[in-house]
Design a protein around this ligand. Sequence first.
Ligand code: PGA
Length: 266
Amino acid sequence: MSRRLLVAGNWKQNGTVASARALTAEIIAGLTKSGDGAEYLICPAFLHMAAVSQAVQSSPGVPLQVGSQDCGVHPDGAFTGDVGAGMLVDAGCSYAIVGHSERRQLFGDTDALVAQKFGVAQEAGLVPILCVGETLEERESGKLEQVIHRQLDAVLSTVWSLENATSTSLPVIAYEPVWAIGTGKTASPEEAQEVHHLIRSRLADNAGQISDQVRIVYGGSVKPDNAAELFAQSDIDGGLIGGASLKAPDFLSIGKAADQLMRNGL
Ligand code: PGA
């Protein structure tokens, strides 16, 4: 198994241009240029993207990419307030998160819209990070599998084109149990592994062998003290980190756990 762990920071709606630039500089300063560790990604607010990309681009060799937290579905045109995939590529993005539970819950992103965003991002050359995850109520009422399958199938049935994908262009899945996001409650490594395995099996049913190469990252209160245990699970390929990604030392320390695992051959 040769999946490169991904350590992704989701900065959400936080900061200023100056603080985003400073956080980026601090992260860059803490990363080594060697290519044998994890891949790092930071996802700032749209408005901070240009400043962050500029800082990343002026540090070649550092294993750090820039991604967006969402992606509009329309091409350029009369769509007031929206940001399209082409604009994201132009601003230096290489990844786009789609279907984050905050978008689903607070902004009405449906499975169909998420699938559309996924497709548009992929078409523009961005690597989509599809977020899936159940609420506490869904978990407690035994609907976990049903919810995960529904969220995955919406994408698998419409736009997922794994046949032609190479391992570097493969989409990423983020399993983020809604009850663990920003709450300090983390799924135990075993609980998370179980769902990651469920996700990989569903991918395998639809896309066969290549699903072994798809990275499935975990998100939901990942911190420096639980990252190593989570990332060591066989189907967990890194993390999508919210709160802890806003502090460079915490983000870097989570990353070190991933680097270490990669250097030890997992
Ligand atoms: P958290 O957020 O790490 O603050 O729980 C994760 C996310 O929402 O992606």
